[in-house]
Design a protein around this ligand. Sequence first.
Ligand code: GDP
Length: 299
Amino acid sequence: TDRLFGGFRKTSERLTGNLSGIVSKTRLDDEQLDRIEDALILSDLGPRAAARIRERLAAERFERGLDDMAIREAVASEIAAILRPVAKPLEIVAFPRPQVILVIGVNGSGKTTTIAKLAHLFQEQDYGVMLAAGDTFRAAAIGQLKVWADRLGIPIVSGAEGGDPAGIVFDAVKLATERGIDTLIVDTAGRLQNKRELMDELAKVRRVLGRLNPAAPHDVVLVLDATNGQNALQQIETFKEVAGVTGLIMTKLDGTARGGVLVAAAEQYGLPIHAIGVGEKIDDLRPFDPDVVAKVIAG
Ligand code: GDP
């Protein structure tokens, strides 16, 4: 929790700063509720989550009155109520193996790093992991993923820059099946500038996967950079359309004041949140614990 808390420090400071100085004797009045709602919106929780939290607080009696601390506690409890239904770790359950996890997201979101972190997490749980370098558009992406694979000592299937991602994924699934690998994590291109092309490419990857195993991909995990704030929400919208999304991992929650966007995403899309990234190191992927995160966000 300490490291998680450190990670969310700026987000937490923003919300607690915005919430400070509201005191009520018993039930919150309209002006106080307005101030709380504004504070939540200013802290990137989004208008919908802010309105929902306001409504819930308005319905409560708070017999003993509220000071700063009590306001934060009340807000944290409402945030937790929004986050709880979406907290869902990524689990290896597919049979037959391998469970194919497609990882999508715009370049720079932390996709490659998150794949390495996930691979490491599964390794620690004694699963056999393989990677597929399906972002053939950027030579650097292939190289970087190989470096991680070497460091972690896990097999990787890759091709040349400009190669066909669907071909690589085909080879990877076959090899993973032969070797009894538990999970194959597939990197994909993230150039959202050309939405049509990306859509076609991902559709082709999905077709090839589906031919080998009708249940694949089992997971389509969208990696989002929290520092993008509300733009991260737009990316959910776009990737839902481009690729289908089954769950989210939000990165870079360390060092941003915009972590409230996690709550906005949960409220608006209801997609499972699998984990959160709180740093650049291999073990900086944290399970998404809604109660801890809510407490940390609301200070
Ligand atoms: P990709 O282009 O989406 O594959 O992104 P990368 O995985 O290469 O990450 C882009 C940059 O963000 C790198 O410098 C990473 O070290 C950094 N990064 C990734 N995840 C996190 C995180 O959770 N916190 C921080 N602070 N940096 C991160």
